[in-house]
Design a protein around this ligand. Structure first.
Ligand code: SAM
Length: 262
């Protein structure tokens, strides 16, 4: 049978996909790597279908390897004799514990079939929560930035695992970035915070990310022509200056696209 790696979304149980929910409901046993993923999963399944895995809080690679081998020993027979699911917050293939399990299974239990069910990742959820539009023609880099780290280079970045928001903000601002933080976005547990003031986040919380952008990174978009210079809205194309309206009609700002976005 199959092991399903199921993405639960950012934490709000309503943000799991229908396919993910079905995979949970039909699995004989569901494994969860932590408390938050467990609380989302149990919105859809009975606690008695949860499987037990032990994940030590350690950076010791030897202990971690042993823990993953033990986890694979437990999961492999469950996924051979029936359907099993391993859930993660967000997407199972984005900075996720599922990768460790999968590699361990590939190495020691290669007969186990694995299927992924994507989830709404913080990589995309942040865009709605922080109201950041990643418009056509734009690019966005993904980094980790724990312990006050501040990777720089790309004009627009999303930074995961922020544990020292003030220090990360200080370094990014010195490098010319504007930074907005998001904590516990679309999560039911704990307080959701969206702020550009890192002192609001002085207390460490693992579920914190940052969006950093250099001024000038924003691309010109065709529909910008509908916004007047003072930030108000123009009502019709006749109100837009001739050069800009021509851009709209010719599709400028829709660079590299021959079909409209869905
Ligand atoms: C190990 S990664 C897991 C990412 C997850 N697999 C995903 O696709 O969203 C954990 C990091 O993702 C970010 N993160 C995950 N969920 C979040 C949320 N709901 N709100 C804010 N940040 C979140 C945080 O930076 C956190 O340190």
């Amino acid at each position: 049978m199959t092991l399903y790696g199921v993405g639960l979304g950012p934490g709000d149980p309503e943000l799991i996909t229908l396919k993910g929910r079905r995979a949970l409901e039909s699995a004989d046993v569901v494994y969860t790597p932590g408390r938050l993923s467990r609380s989302v999963a149990t919105e859809y399944i009975d606690e008695n279908r949860l499987g037990d895995l032990d994940f030590p809080m350690t950076r010791d690679e030897e202990k971690l390897r042993r823990a993953w081998r033990d986890a694979a020993e437990t999961v492999a027979p469950a996924a051979r004799d029936g359907d099993a699911a391993f859930v993660t917050l967000g997407d199972p293939n984005v900075y996720s514990t599922f990768g460790h399990l999968r590699r361990t299974l590939d190495a020691f239990h290669p007969g186990v079939d694995v299927e992924l069910v994507p989830g709404v990742s913080a990589v995309t959820a942040f865009a709605s929560a922080l109201d950041v539009e990643v418009a056509a023609g734009g690019s966005l880099a993904l980094h980790e930035a724990a312990n006050g780290a501040a990777p720089t280079g790309p004009q627009r970045m999303i930074l995961f695992k922020i544990t020292d928001a003030p220090e990360t903000a200080r370094k990014l601002e010195a490098a010319g970035y504007e930074v907005v933080f998001g904590r516990r976005l679309y999560m039911e547990q704990g307080e959701t915070v969206v702020t550009d003031d890192p002192t609001d986040l002085a207390e460490r919380d693992y579920y914190t990310l940052a969006y950093a952008e250099q001024p000038g990174a924003r691309q010109q978009r065709a529909t910008d022509a509908f916004v007047s210079a003072d930030g108000g809205h123009v009502t019709g194309i006749d109100d837009v200056d001739e050069e800009r309206s021509e851009g709209v009609l010719c599709g400028d700002g829709l660079a590299h696209r021959e079909v409209p976005d869905e």
